[in-house]
Design a protein around this ligand. Structure first.
Ligand code: MN
Length: 219
């Protein structure tokens, strides 16, 4: 299931959204999909199976969807090899981190001092929940053009170890958890833990993320 906010944000940014159905891990199928697109968004959703990063499932981790995990990991790894433009949102950030060898905290409570507000309930989906600090001299700061931003937040998992070759590009202002990652020497690989797709109409820096993806996809 993909929310209309994602496809709407791509359209607003001048791109043409296509949705890829979950389709197994066959390398030829994955390659054909990647031929058909100019860039990818890994969207929000359920928790990535901890087995994908070598951990046992904590009771606070949701029941995983192995078909989605395995398909998306196969697509992510193939896309990274081809250096396709890639944008990750919420679960998408977590999925990209795991696909590239990083790990996750399975729940906010797994790290002492983490604020509970990251996990805003559905009625608050569009509310600006918490501030993030954007690290200077990152691709994220170049795209968004701001040092700090308020963001929507609907996650209870977050990055533990940043994947090799990636770096953190934003952190939550009050408890310092990783809120964005990127790969510096890659044409376009940006991922955020918040939900910019819910903010594109009111907040230009968040629309700028989709515009940057569409521009990268055009090149
Ligand atoms: Mn957050």
């Amino acid at each position: 299931m993909i929310r209309e906010t994602y496809t709407g944000a791509v359209l607003t940014a001048g791109g043409l959204p296509l949705i890829l159905p979950i389709a197994g891990q066959d390398a030829a199928v994955v390659a054909d999909y990647l031929e058909a697109v100019d860039g990818l968004i890994f969207s929000g959703g359920e928790d990535v199976a901890p087995a994908c990063y070598g951990e046992a499932r904590d009771e606070r981790c949701q029941e995983p969807d192995p078909d989605r995990d395995l398909f998306e990991i196969a697509v992510a790894r193939a896309a990274l090899q081809r250096r396709l433009p890639v944008f990750g949102i919420c679960r998408g950030l977590q999925l990209l981190n795991v696909a590239a060898g990083g790990t996750l905290y399975q729940d906010l409570a797994c790290r002492p001092g983490t604020m509970s507000y990251h996990s805003a309930r559905p009625p608050e989906r569009r509310r600006l929940i918490h501030p993030v600090r954007i690290h200077p001299a990152t691709r994220l700061s170049a795209i968004m053009g701001v040092r700090e931003s308020l963001v929507t937040s609907t996650h209870h998992q977050f990055v533990k170890d940043v994947a090799p070759g990636f770096r953190a590009s934003a952190e939550s202002a009050e408890d310092g958890i990783v809120e964005a990652i990127e790969q510096a020497d890659y044409p376009f690989l940006v991922a955020v833990q918040w939900h910019p797709e819910r903010m594109v109409h009111e907040h230009a820096p968040h629309l700028a993320l989709f515009r940057a993806l569409v521009e990268a996809a055009r090149r």
